[in-house]
Design a protein around this ligand. Sequence first.
Ligand code: LLP
Length: 425
Amino acid sequence: MDHFEYRDGELFCEEVRIADLAAEFGTPLWVYSQNALLSNLREIQIAFAEAEPVICYSVKANSNLSILKLMNEAGSSFDVVSGGELYRVQQAGGDTTRVAFAGVGKTDAEIRFGLESNILMFNVESEAELDAIAAVAGDMGVVAPVALRLNPNIDAKTHAKTTTGKKGNKFGIDIERASELAAKVLADGRLSLVGIHMHLGSPILTTEPYAMAVKKGVEIVNEFRAAGHDTNWINLGGGFGINYKQNEAPPAKAFADVIVPAIREAGCRLALEPGRFICGNAGVLISSVTFTKREGGKLFVIQDAAMNDLVRPAMYDAFHRIWPVKPAVAAPDDFEAEIPGCEPVDVVGPVCESGDVLAKARWLPETSRGDLICTFSAGAYGTTMSSNYNSRPRGAEVMVSGGTHRIIRRRETYEDLVANEIIES
Ligand code: LLP
């Protein structure tokens, strides 16, 4: 549990008591560890150092401006998938000349914004997108740097909703068509084929899919070079898994070991787009118990975080460790097993959907009204996928560094909920 640990029976983030933060800012509350964010980025930077990669932190995982600023200052670049994300990078003071712009449905306005921002490359997902980028670049009198996003037909064994590199997903260009589209780029003075891109899925817990992808990638780049392209970049996307349960994810070094040698041998530049690896275990979601009830033979813990805050359990049946902030029983190593002194409970939120469940049949010590609960590994795809469903204001976000903390997003108010709406007077 990176930088989040129990000391003398209560949960700390770095040197700060989580209970103190909850008292100051209320719940639901997102708490991030700045040192966890930095050390996760550093783990990737060190593991891949030999390839001198450009690491493009994947903004979609957590796009809070303070996190983007921190990433920028620590030497990371960015992967964006929308004009909105590119705008965030700018607002955070990020260097847009090292940005990779991905996404299957870029609009002309987004393409123009990317070109105006001098981005490093567009990850191009279809022939139609190539045409659109060429047209906008032609209009602007510039040459657009493009990397073909290839679908390598590799099964990364992730959840059906987060696998991207298998034939039939909406992502990328079938690898068999790579050469044909590359020839099209070569013939078009408005485009320059700077590289290829692949993103296999997320989260990936084995290194084999990357080993296969880099092998295919190097073959294709060599084909492109033989055909006269000045193609240098291999962008292998993100997807590196993290420990949601125990120690199920390999360290960054294991991924680097299968990627770096092939990249160096091919004399290519490496780009990576890690999101979850950097912020997933650097953030937690703190909630407080509103009620408990026994109905239908089950014990429910109803707390004030819900699927609108963290949708991953409802959407992907994702497992997040959950444990009280001041537990009566020490946190176990294995959260899936039966835990002495505990009983299985459904941890649910107040949203009016049966799917509003953070954990099902989870062994937890007794809790009661007002107790604080921590949902771990919530730093990635928590706030970015949150909504105001059931007109629930989003919680505050706090960054902890050592013994200090600062608010990085204030709690939404009821006024915020209706701020953009217009009623006839
Ligand atoms: N690059 C591309 C092109 C991607 O599509 C993604 C994630 C990433 C990089 C970053 O992947 P990461 O390193 O964070 O695994 N909402 C889901 C995950 C969706 C991932 C979408 N693409 C979840 O909560 O598990």
